[in-house]
Write a protein that binds this ligand. Sequence first.
Ligand SMILES: *Cc1c(COP(=O)(O)O)cnc(C)c1O
Length: 369
Amino acid sequence: MNRIPLARPDLSGNEEAYVMDAVRSSWISSSGAYIGRFEREFAAFCGVSRAVAVCNGTAALHLALLGLRLEPGDEVIVPSLTYIATANAVRYCGAEPVFVDVEPSTWCIDPLAIQAAVGPRTRGIVTVDLYGHPADADAVNAIAREHGLWVVEDAAEAHGARYKGRPAGSLAEVATFSFYGNKVMTSGEGGALTTNDPELEQRIRLLRGQGMDPERRYYFPITGYNYRITNIAAALLCAQMERREDILARRRDIFARYREGLKDVRGIGLQPAAPWAQTSPWLFCVTVDAKAYGESRDALCARLEAAGVETRPFFIPLHTLPPFAAQSRTRGGSLAVTESLAASGINLPTFNQLEPSEIDRVCGLIRQD
Ligand SMILES: *Cc1c(COP(=O)(O)O)cnc(C)c1O
């Protein structure tokens, strides 16, 4: 039986041709036509006026926070249930993440928990569109306005998702994306920021390119970073963008087949979707209620692994990890939903080449039939 990996990029369109074109043209560094083309197309895809491509999603988060002038000693409210990059980027600025819980109905940041966590040093909020489900942007933005805070949308896992009809990437002052190898669209490593704010865009571009003045070569008004993307990576992204609707449709079919195969399995829960959400089909999620299911989450993962099916447990709550646990700021709130999801959730294999028979095999193993 074939081993089924968790993720695998689909590079079956113009990816090879565009990369070869970049190589043959010798435009392989951070100038080249694919970068501008991708930035224009991606901004339109996200329903915003501007996009800046960068070398990865973590750099995108760092640039978003620097662009918004986050400073040492400041605090940023962040959900604890997310990939570590969300909180690391806050630390890169010398600021501290304040971790809050997620909502059971979306698995994303809980607006009521934000209200309770705002303090005198709070400067902003990072929402995460977790596992493809958009956060409740209107509720979060209203709280932000009330307290004079900015909002960053970490949309790394939510390519093509929508909130009340508005695309992920357009739901905050600035949004960030990752194009890591397991994301819906990929360039291996890659990232982007999206915004409607021309000044913020200019500052992000300055910070991305070592801080060099666009009008005056080798004059650096600020300390910047080299967070540029290569034309080769952008070539891959242009090819992925051509097939984005196909990629999304194929993955939605995979989600539908998993949902059908796993409905009504005692003790197995599926990812909720708020009525206003159109989710992005990133990695299919299930939760295991060990008592009802008769087997623990980890035992199920081990059984799937032994049968050649790769899975991944949900993220470990960030407020419990060594870099954050000692001085973890949770404002005393209990993060019960985060902890329960983290202990019970699994991501199942999700990638374009996954065969219906393979989905059925995974579902059969979970149903134990
Ligand atoms: C993948 C991911 C990132 C970071 O992406 P990289 O491109 O690997 O740096 C950030 N936030 C979330 C929620 C992610 O899933």
